[in-house]
Ligand binder design. Structure first.
Ligand code: GSH
Length: 236
């Protein structure tokens, strides 16, 4: 079977993985999840007990969660090295290092901001403290990232890789939460605009917006979430 990537909207980090599948150019399908309405329930937990996106149904029909594991799965199939480097090379190590940084500290810095936004029932004092802490954490991770972005057009060199695509799914949260002023991080701002201009990323954003962009032709269609859960989720 073709792999199926279960991606979340609005503003899911999985947008970067949709772009990665598109850039990979091999046949794939997508499943769309409204994270606000269709994820925090027992049915979705059959697919991912942590009730999160992304989830990959692999070509062997296995359920694979966690962005880093899914990125590694894509990398192993990217034999044309469109968005990765050969295993064991220093360039590949560097891509893994970037993805580790982005998926841990950089992504995690936004957690207090999401927690404040989604808190029910509201607790204004706690939410204000979470927002203050979250903004500090996001600024700190932005400073760290800004300091180590090099002179190459993309994170790991002259061409975009999985590291850039994982970054772009998350970096836009800074504006959404008004956590930092992007102008304070000019290297990151330049990098983000180069990544956002990539056809695969434009495609992924259009998909996230519910449009039907032409794309490369690798996307074979969208599979309804209920069907995916019935076929691949834990049996009840
Ligand atoms: N460690 C997981 C985290 C995934 C994650 O946090 N996904 C977000 C969407 S970007 C989510 O599903 N959040 C819902 C929630 O936990 O409330 C990964 O890297 O894949």
């Amino acid at each position: 079977m073709e792999p199926i990537l279960v991606y979340g909207f609005p503003l899911g980090s999985s947008m970067g993985l949709v772009a990665a599948f598109e850039a990979l150019g091999q046949p794939y399908r997508l499943t769309r999840v409204d994270m606000l309405a269709d994820m925090k329930n027992d049915n979705y937990a059959r697919l991912n007990p942590r009730q999160e996106t992304p989830v990959l149904l692999t070509d062997k029909g296995n359920v694979l969660t966690e962005t880093m594991a899914i990125a590694a799965w894509i990398e192993a199939r990217d034999t044309e090295r469109r968005i990765s480097f050969a295993a064991g090379t220093p360039e590949a190590d560097r891509v893994h290092q970037w993805i580790g940084f982005i998926n841990s500290g950089f992504t995690g810095a936004f957690s207090p901001l999401w927690a404040a936004l989604e808190m029910t029932p509201p607790d204004p004092d706690f939410q204000a403290a979470l927002r203050r802490y979250g903004r500090q954490a996001v600024a700190n991770r932005h400073e760290k990232l800004e300091a180590v972005i090099g002179d190459t057009p993309f994170l790991a060199g002259d061409r975009p890789t999985l590291a850039d695509l994982v970054l772009i799914g998350v970096a836009r949260w800074a504006e959404f939460h008004q956590a930092v002023d992007p102008a304070d991080y000019p290297r990151l701002a330049g990098l983000r605009s180069r990544i956002e201009a990539l056809p695969a990323v434009r495609f992924a954003v259009a998909i996230e917006n519910g449009e039907s962009p032409a794309g490369s032709g690798a996307l074979l269609g969208q599979v309804p979430l209920d069907e995916v859960i019935e076929r691949f989720g834990k049996k009840v």
